[in-house]
Design a protein around this ligand. Structure first.
Ligand code: NAP
Length: 377
């Protein structure tokens, strides 16, 4: 009866509270939650089972970096017989990591270099440029999984919110509101108030976040085009999927560009003067990926010269953006301090994914969200 009630709760409430103790063996309701998460945000499963990777062995000890206390029973329930060590600080993690086979929640050079058996590293973020930059991660073959796609619905809504603010001039009106000024004549001409329906949105990086952005742009009646790194496949509502080298050609067609690419050797500084010159005059540039993909001085120059219409930046280079930086005072720029990934639902999704990955690792099954270390994402 209890399970029936739980199943109904799952169906009617979306992702449930962390009630794992009710289903210790991972039975039907829990599997439904995982399957739904995989479906909804497109989590990817590795083609290779963990047990077939050279370096995998049934784990005896796993270090878990500070997580919500309510994660603990659930993580324990999927790793029977495994010593899960919940650490409170980096020093403790490094000490415990020496004879651990896996670590959840951190990617630390010292731990990687001193631990002889450590094979699986699960980080919570989607961006892994810092983790991959650790020399010891590169030295030995290891399994790295990340938080790709987990925050994608909220991130996409954040990007769309920035686009709509710029399109409707709300950045300008809000600034006047803060000074208590009712001002109908501003630097915005009537035609600077843009209707987005029918306009073209270029999504650079049609991955987890990019697909959620594309879906929302299409829902608003925009023509959506995109770039990817490896292939031209995309959902039906994306009218054209190009490869990375087509970025500037596609930028010339777009009224709004939303950048969701990861930071890799290939993407560093990719949004530069040549790119901004290629953009349509008065088009908007929005970045929720990584600051390092954009040459900040080139962006500032494009904004100041009026060759682009505005920018929405959740990420900047450098970060934090220092006091007195020109971006703070350049008109038509909206900045949020790398917070687009926050949402009321993100932690719940992360928990479901991390727990599922721990369950799979213990059993030697194919893992979710595996990073291609060589490719950088
Ligand atoms: N602002 C924040 O707080 C925040 C939060 C989470 C993530 N992020 C950033 O957003 C990035 C993307 O996250 P995600 O979850 O969407 O990851 P994802 O699902 O792995 O998607 C990455 C996408 O980027 C594409 N790509 C890679 N290199 C490219 C290139 N040179 N040109 C065009 N496309 C390229 C990939 O193409 P293929 O599919 O063809 O391989 C893939 O579709 C993360 O790496 C992270 O840096 C920021």
């Amino acid at each position: 009866m209890f399970k029936f009630v739980l199943l109904l709760a799952l169906i009617f409430t979306g992702f449930p509270a962390l009630a794992d103790e009710a289903n210790p063996g991972g039975d039907t309701p829990e599997r439904a939650v995982v399957e739904r998460l995989i479906d909804e945000i497109g989590l990817r499963e590795s083609a290779v089972a963990a047990r077939d990777l050279p370096g995998w062995s049934p784990p005896k000890k796993v270090v878990v970096w500070p997580v919500n206390a309510d994660w603990l029973p659930g993580l324990k329930s999927v790793a029977p017989g495994v010593e899960l060590v919940f650490v409170e600080n980096r020093e403790q993690a490094r000490k415990e990591g020496v004879d651990a086979q896996a670590v959840i929640g951190m990617c630390d050079e010292k731990m990687l270099s001193t631990s002889s058996e450590l094979f699986w590293v699960q980080v919570f973020s989607a961006g892994v440029e810092r983790c991959i930059g650790n020399p010891s991660l590169q030295k030995r073959s290891r399994l790295l999984t990340n938080g790709q796609r987990i925050g994608s619905p909220g991130l996409a809504e954040h990007a769309i919110a920035m686009m709509m603010m710029l399109a409707r001039g709300l950045d300008v009106y809000h600034t006047n509101q803060l000074s208590g000024v009712w001002k109908r004549q501003t630097e915005l001409a009537r035609t600077d108030h843009i209707e987005l329906e029918g306009k073209t949105l270029l999504v650079a990086g049609l991955g987890g976040i990019g697909t959620q952005v594309a879906k929302r742009g299409h829902g608003m009646g925009m023509h959506v085009i995109a770039t990817r790194n490896s292939r031209r496949e995309g959902p039906d509502y994306v009218e054209y999927v190009g490869l990375s080298h087509e970025l500037n050609t596609l930028a010339a067609k777009a009224d709004v560009v939303i950048n969701t690419v990861p930071l890799t050797d290939q993407t560093r500084g990719m949004f530069n003067a040549t790119f901004f010159d290629a953009m349509k005059p008065r088009a908007f540039y929005i970045n929720v990926g990584r600051g390092g993909t954009t040459v900040t001085d080139d962006l500032v120059a494009a904004l100041k010269s009026g060759s682009i219409g505005g920018a929405g930046l959740d990420v900047t280079d450098p970060e934090p953006l220092p006091e007195g930086h020109p971006l703070w005072t350049t008109p038509r720029v909206i900045i949020s301090p790398h917070t687009a990934g926050r949402s009321d639902k993100g932690r719940e999704r992360l928990y479901v994914m991390v727990k599922e990955n721990l369950r799979r690792y213990v059993k030697g099954d194919p893992m979710l969200s595996v990073v291609d270390i060589e490719r950088g994402y």
